[in-house]
Design a protein around this ligand. Structure first.
Ligand code: BG6
Length: 483
């Protein structure tokens, strides 16, 4: 091989790159009370929109609309949908197992066979087309009973419930599923808003509760549970690759003032706390200091610390949608400065205010690669929520989605080929239209396959290939050469 062709080869995405697509059970399956499934936390969430937050009702109210109850009915349509994914050329497909389909209450003695069989059949269908399943164990859908009776992950008993669930499914799908992710976007809860603490950890705050103490405690319990699952996963099958799932939103200093620079580092630590433990197996010093300085009473044992050490992840799965900024505004009254997060004037936003920043993807991949040099990365979510128009001739011309994906794939290529980042795959989010997690809308669409349903669940449910479907098919066929 001459020098020129060697250079050409290193400028290519590796042939075994995992091109795929991603969804989550609660946003797609529907069938919320079918096949012995229990009520999950997602079943208690009403529909909202950009302005109106989703409500968590605590019990099913007749007059409310719960979009996840039916979602896109993937529970019944998975065969046709997977056929579409196969035609698209997906090499892998990420979905989650609904915990409440397997353990309806979370603390049941025995798993629900009908639920186990459903995923057996679904994974078999994927494998039949040569599509590798990537499975999230907990994607915002713990059994609601664990929230009501145990207070979610504020209670360490949930560690055992989760580990038991993971053991059951990892044993059952041994040989079928090799790639596992533990907790979806585990770090989202640091924002301390109700939607994220509830969906990450099943936490509904009590009055006058020290919120941050509760969040750090629940997070640590989840990290312990996750580490134990990594260990068990390897014990069950040495081929298993067990990863974490992080939401990476790079925080840029809004200005080049040293204060803004430091603030951005401090803000990112709230995210890195999670991946540092997942990857390094120890609680980072900066967090031990934070807990001490704030007099947070965080409970853990010597045995927990050993579990963390023994359960280091095989890879980091992460979502990337946007970046944000941080700024310290000093005033005469407030010399130390107030933190704010102004919009970045260099990037655009979508209709829901998410700041679109393709270069931010290359940036965070570089940061991660420096921080975790031995760990492979897998982008398990990336995409843009947008309103689509179904034309009279039955087509959907979603050039804006193609543009978004193209610009992000360009950056991930540069990260692999120029920066040497060990990125093993890319599964864009919402490969098919599903219910939005944040707003509960159907019309905040991410899919490359359109689903004929509106925000109130009205529509035929028909599937239509969008322009982006054909575009992505060609991207996969050419291994990212033709964008
Ligand atoms: C991630 C979640 O936060 O972003 C997904 O893992 C979610 O569940 C996705 O759907 C996009 O967010 P949204 O709110 O637009 O659906």
């Amino acid at each position: 091989m001459n020098k020129h062709s060697q250079r050409k080869d290193t400028m290519k995405i590796p042939d075994n790159f995992m091109w795929g697509g991603a969804i989550a059970a609660h946003q797609a399956e529907g069938a919320w009370n079918v096949g012995g499934k229990g009520v999950s936390i997602a079943d208690m969430m009403t529909a909202g929109n950009y302005q109106i937050p989703r409500k968590i009702t605590g019990k099913i109210m007749e007059k409310e609309y719960y979009p996840n109850h039916e979602a896109i009915d993937f529970y019944h349509t998975y065969k046709e949908d997977i056929k579409l994914f196969a035609e698209l050329g997906l090499r892998c497909f990420r979905t989650s197992i609904s915990w409440a389909r397997i353990f309806p209450n979370g603390d049941d003695v025995k798993p629900n066979e009908e639920g186990l069989q459903y995923y057996d059949d679904m994974f078999a269908e994927l494998i039949c087309y040569g599509i590798e399943p990537i499975v999230t164990l907990s994607h915002f859908e713990m059994p609601f009973h664990l929230v009501e009776y145990y207070g979610g992950f504020r209670n360490r008993k949930c560690i055992d419930f989760f580990v038991k669930f993971a053991r059951v499914v990892m044993e059952r799908y041994k040989g079928k599923v090799k790639y596992w992710l533990t907790f979806n976007e585990i770090n989202n809860q640091v924002s301390a808003d109700e939607l994220h603490t509830y969906t990450n950890s099943g936490i509904l705050f009590k009055e006058n509760e020290n919120k941050m103490q509760t969040i750090w405690q629940a997070s640590l319990y989840e990290l312990i549970a996750s580490a134990e699952v990594v260990r068990i996963g390897h014990e069950i099958d040495s081929n298993n690759q067990v990863g974490c799932m992080m939401a990476y939103v790079p925080v840029y200093p809004y200005s080049c003032s040293p204060e803004d620079m430091l603030a951005s580092v401090k803000e990112m630590e709230k995210t890195f706390f999670y991946s540092d433990i997942h990857v390094r197996g120890t609680i980072p010093n900066y967090m031990l200091k934070t807990w001490k300085q704030n007099a947070y009473d965080i409970e853990y044992t010597e045995e927990d610390l050993t579990i963390l050490k023994q359960g280091k992840v095989d890879f980091i799965g992460f979502s990337y949608y946007m970046s944000k900024t941080i700024h310290i505004e000093s005033t005469i009254n407030e010399p130390k400065g107030m933190l704010s997060q102004p919009n970045n004037p260099y990037v655009e936003s979508n209709d829901w205010g998410w700041q679109i920043d393709p270069i931010g993807l290359r940036y965070i991949l570089n940061v991660l690669s420096e921080r975790y040099p031995q760990t492979p990365f897998l982008i398990v979510e990336n995409g843009v929520g947008a309103y689509d128009t179904l034309e009279k001739n039955g087509t959907i011309i979603d050039d804006y989605r193609i543009e978004y994906l193209k610009r992000h794939i360009e950056q991930l290529k540069l990260a692999i080929c120029e920066d040497g980042v060990n990125l093993i795959g890319y599964t864009p989010w919402g490969i098919i239209d599903i219910v939005s997690f944040g707003t509960g809308e159907m019309e905040k669409r991410y899919g490359l396959v359109y689903v004929d349903k509106d925000n109130m669940g009205r529509g035929t449910g028909a599937r239509i290939k969008k322009k982006s479907y054909f575009w992505y098919k060609n991207v996969i066929e050419t291994n990212g050469e033709k964008l």
